[in-house]
Write a protein that binds this ligand. Structure first.
Ligand SMILES: C[C@](O)(CO)[C@H](O)COP(=O)(O)OP(=O)(O)OC[C@H]1O[C@@H](n2ccc(N)nc2=O)[C@H](O)[C@@H]1O
Ligand SMILES: Nc1ncnc2c1ncn2[C@@H]1O[C@H](COP(=O)(O)OP(=O)(O)OP(=O)(O)O)[C@@H](O)[C@H]1O
Length: 317
């Protein structure tokens, strides 16, 4: 971490996401699954400050300037961290001289860790923006989204934000115009789920005939797109789907009761977010979201989070 408070630095933020639809095909030879997903960037943001170093080192640490709102005990604060990997990747991709492009990265998190909300991906996106500005690269957001793809399927969306269809591994993006904000309540779990394990469990459930086998690349859920563009929360709640929900619930059976509880308390619909275990509930209005979050908190003690989307992608503060 930088000891010099006057050192040149740039701060950037990036949003967490939910998938309003996540359809998954059979795995390819590289183990990746083709998806057709509808992403929504939500109002929980990661913040990364990139501080110039006079040498070649890249470091990453929890921020001292801003508190994290989630438990970061399970985050690797070393070269495995996605923010660290993003800085290395940008430096290598642009062929920048390593000995003059060291950086200290400080991360403040709001997105639950390993919750299926792309928190690590948002850290990578914010680190890319912050380093690109610190190193005066002149790259556009679209160029950075392209550079981001090898860092993870969700990272380009964390750069672009808003709402978007994601194809391929999830990195081929087409923006979607949402007419009005969608109001959601997110319910984090007290433990994480590993994304590759959830995908693998889906494959096993399909192989064993518990779930219908998927043939070829999946198709985009047009009903979700229509509900988003028409700003109809009830249609959205009815149309949303997630192929990773059954494997996530199989791995984390308590989710089933929490889904019932959210619906019982008046949510229009509820679903696992991405690879889980965070749950998302759709409500009509912001007030309904606040009411539902309070009711869930009172009945279970879990800190439910009212959020809205779409929100902007990564940008420099
Ligand atoms: C579940 C989602 O969050 C939905 O948006 C994404 O599909 C996962 O995005 P991510 O965490 O950025 O994914 P990556 O870091 O690229 O991949 C983590 C692991 O998830 C699995 N993976 C991911 C994306 C994809 N289309 N097929 C996969 O099978 C692979 O096992 C991969 O090794
Ligand atoms: N900056 C980071 N923040 C959080 N986790 C990180 C970070 N860098 C690496 N990781 C590792 O990545 C794993 C997944 O973390 P993340 O919070 O991104 O999960 P997720 O939201 O389920 O991901 P996704 O929805 O993109 O699959 C963590 O268990 C952690 O070991």
């Amino acid at each position: 971490m930088s000891q010099d408070p006057t050192a040149r630095h740039v701060t950037a933020t990036a949003p967490g996401k939910v998938n309003l639809s996540l359809r998954v095909g059979p795995p390819g030879l590289d183990g990746y699954h083709p998806v057709a997903t509808v992403y929504l960037a939500v109002s929980l943001r990661e913040t990364v400050t990139a501080i110039v170093r006079p040498d070649a080192r890249i470091t990453v640490a929890p921020s001292q300037r801003q508190v994290s709102l989630v438990d970061t005990a399970d985050v690797p604060w070393d070269e495995r961290n996605l923010a660290h990997r993003a800085a290395v990747h940008l430096r290598e991709t642009l062929g920048l001289e390593a000995d003059t492009h060291g950086v200290d990265l400080e991360v403040a998190k709001q997105v639950p860790v390993a919750g299926g909300m792309g928190g690590g991906s948002a850290d990578a996106a914010a680190a890319l923006l912050a380093c690109a500005a610190l190193w005066e690269t002149g790259l556009t957001r679209s160029q950075l989204a392209e550079i981001a793809a090898p860092l993870g399927a969700d990272v380009p969306f964390a750069v672009m934000g808003g709402a978007a269809v994601g194809l391929g591994t999830g990195a081929d993006l087409t923006p979607v115009a949402a007419r009005r904000p969608v109001h959601l309540v997110l319910v984090p779990a007290d433990a994480g789920l590993s994304t590759p394990v959830v995908f693998r469990t889906l494959d096993e459930l399909r192989r064993d005939g518990v779930l219908t086998d998927a043939a070829g690349a999946p198709e985009v859920n047009q009903d979700v797109l229509r509900a988003l563009t028409a700003a109809d929360p009830l249609d959205l709640a009815t149309a949303m789907d997630n192929d990773l929900q059954t494997p996530a619930v199989a791995l984390f059976p308590d989710l089933s009761d929490m889904l019932d509880l959210g619906l019982d308390e008046g949510a229009l619909g509820g679903m696992v977010s991405g690879s889980g275990p965070t749950l998302l509930f759709v409500t009509h209005t912001e007030q309904d979201a606040l009411r539902l979050a309070t009711a869930i908190q009172e009945r279970t003690g879990v800190d439910a989070l009212p959020v809205r989307g779409p929100v902007p992608g990564s940008h420099v503060l």
